[in-house]
Write a protein that binds this ligand. Structure first.
Ligand code: ZN
Length: 501
């Protein structure tokens, strides 16, 4: 490594350390911090955010970047060196447009808003959350303005989560997805053979759910020497370098799916972060490439693996041993159908695969309207409920299971939701290639062996960190960019079989 690149790594390492420290504080806020810590935590996060940002945009960083750029000139464009410098340049140029003051204010406002959201959600009262959300929407508009001119005010926001992606591209994909998913759900309803999922709606002891979830996560390949699980209101994964990637889960003693598939989902996220090349730790490439690719990993382990028949061929007997009273007399087929029941429902994270993306499209449209200024935050609950009825045929009985259910807006993460739906598409695209490369994948999964799959993901996706931008990564692996077709085909096949379409 040349002196310029070495200096760049050193400067960038400071940013990464400060960001990781903020990450630990954020994790703590959502797991163990008492409510009284909110004000102090908001200031701590604001300070760390400001200092990290000042370091990122510093003249020292700029000088190191320029030196590194001339150093790597002429090297292989796919080398780690060239990619490191390119990624650092992208981060630096973006951050230079944003004042450190804005970063501090954004961190402070969102840290406080988180606490308000938790309380508003617990009390099913949107009005408490209205003012913080108005502040956040304004801050996000200001943020977009730093990147003017743009095609759409949503684009600069989306770019932070899905580098290079534009609102118009997402909209085009959703315009293809939505009618196909709605017609699938309609066909299932018309078929008139509803699945009985009462077996997953029994009483399940929380500790036993916890233990079984950990057993599964370990079997999939989540390394608990470099991770841990805790409880949180809204499940998430938080990584502070490849050696410490934590998951959180929530439990519902009356519904088995919540923690079971939630744990597999978060373990999928965590395995991605644990699998990044450790040489990239504290460096520009040491983060994952995008949220859609992140979500492709979590959704793959949760659904393509965790909700497959093959998986339960391997694991169902073990689950019956854990819950003999509830499942001892329930056969595999009944259980498999129960965990794949298609039914429009209120909560996104518990939605079945056929309706899940509709929850995303609804949020996407509302976010765009809020950013464009055509929807006032005060009118959001009403807009949510009427769109919910239009998309899913249900009206939420209160805000807790409606507009307040997700954590994202309280954290300022407007522009994040579409990546969930895109992640589903990416997962299906990767799955096709995985089957080509590992023809006996299914029989391995039936035996509870996931090493071949995890190894493939490590080799093709995880280890690269953010070396390749998402579409480039996808194209290198599958030969094509983002497309909805494999996902729609997967849904049709799977649910056609379950519902006899
Ligand atoms: Zn996720």
């Amino acid at each position: 490594m040349g002196a310029g690149l070495e200096e760049l790594r050193k400067q960038f390492g400071i940013v990464a350390d400060l960001e990781a420290a903020g990450g630990v504080l954020g994790w703590d806020q959502q797991t163990y911090m008492p409510p009284g810590g909110a004000q102090g935590r908001a200031m701590q996060l604001a300070t760390l955010g400001r200092v990290a940002h000042e370091q990122l945009v510093s003249d020292d960083m700029g000088a190191a970047l320029e030196a590194a750029e001339s150093e790597v000139e002429g090297l292989d464009p796919d080398s780690d060196e060239v990619r490191t410098v390119r990624k650092a340049r992208r981060e630096f140029d973006k951050a230079r447009r944003v004042p450190s003051e804005w970063v501090a204010e954004f961190r402070r406002v969102t840290a406080l808003a988180h606490q308000v959201w938790e309380k508003a959600r617990a009390e099913a009262d949107f009005s408490q959350f209205q003012e913080p959300l108005e502040e956040i929407v304004q801050l996000r508009r200001d943020y977009a303005d730093f990147f003017a001119p743009f095609d759409h005010v949503y684009d600069p926001l989306l770019d932070d989560f899905e580098p290079g992606m534009k609102m118009a591209e997402v909209k085009a994909v959703f315009d293809e997805l939505r009618p196909a998913q709605i017609s699938l759900v309609q066909d299932i309803v018309d078929r008139g053979r509803p699945v009985d999922d009462s077996v997953v709606h029994q009483q399940f002891d929380e500790q036993k759910q916890w233990d079984f979830g950990i057993e599964v996560a370990k079997a999939l390949g989540y390394d608990l020497e470099s991770g841990r699980q805790d409880k949180a209101v809204h499940p998430f994964t938080s990584g502070f370098g490849t050696g410490d990637v934590r998951i959180t889960t929530r439990f519902d003693t009356g519904f088995l799916n919540t923690a079971l598939f939630g744990t597999m989902h978060e373990a999928g996220h965590a395995m991605y972060e644990q699998g990044v090349n450790p040489e990239f730790d504290r460096a520009p490439l040491g983060v994952t490439t995008s949220l859609a690719v992140h979500e492709s990993q979590s959704r793959m382990w949760e659904n393509l693996v965790g909700r497959s028949r093959a998986f339960w061929v391997g694991f169902y007997e073990r689950l019956q041993e854990v819950f003999p009273g509830q499942l001892g007399q329930v056969d595999l087929k009944t259980f498999y159908r129960a965990v794949n029941k298609v039914m429009p429902s209120l909560i996104r994270v518990e939605a079945d695969e056929a309706t899940y993306n509709l929850h995303i499209m609804l949020r996407f449209e509302l976010e765009i309207a809020m950013m464009e200024g055509t929807l006032d935050v005060g009118d959001l609950p009403e807009a949510w409920n009427s769109k919910f009825e239009e998309f899913l045929g249900l009206v939420p009985p209160d805000d807790a299971v409606g507009v307040l259910q997700d954590i994202h807006w309280s954290g300022g993460m407007i522009g994040y939701f579409p990546t969930y739906a895109l992640g589903n598409l990416v997962a299906a695209q990767l799955w096709g290639k995985i089957y080509e490369d590992i023809p006996d994948l299914e029989s391995g999964i039936e035996k509870g062996e996931f090493g071949a799959l995890l190894g493939w993901l490590r080799e093709n996706v995880h280890r690269h960190g953010s070396k390749f931008e998402p579409v480039e990564l996808l194209t290198r692996i599958t030969g094509s960019g983002l497309t909805a077709k494999p996902y729609l085909r997967y849904l049709r096949e799977k649910f056609g079989d379950i519902y006899g379409l």
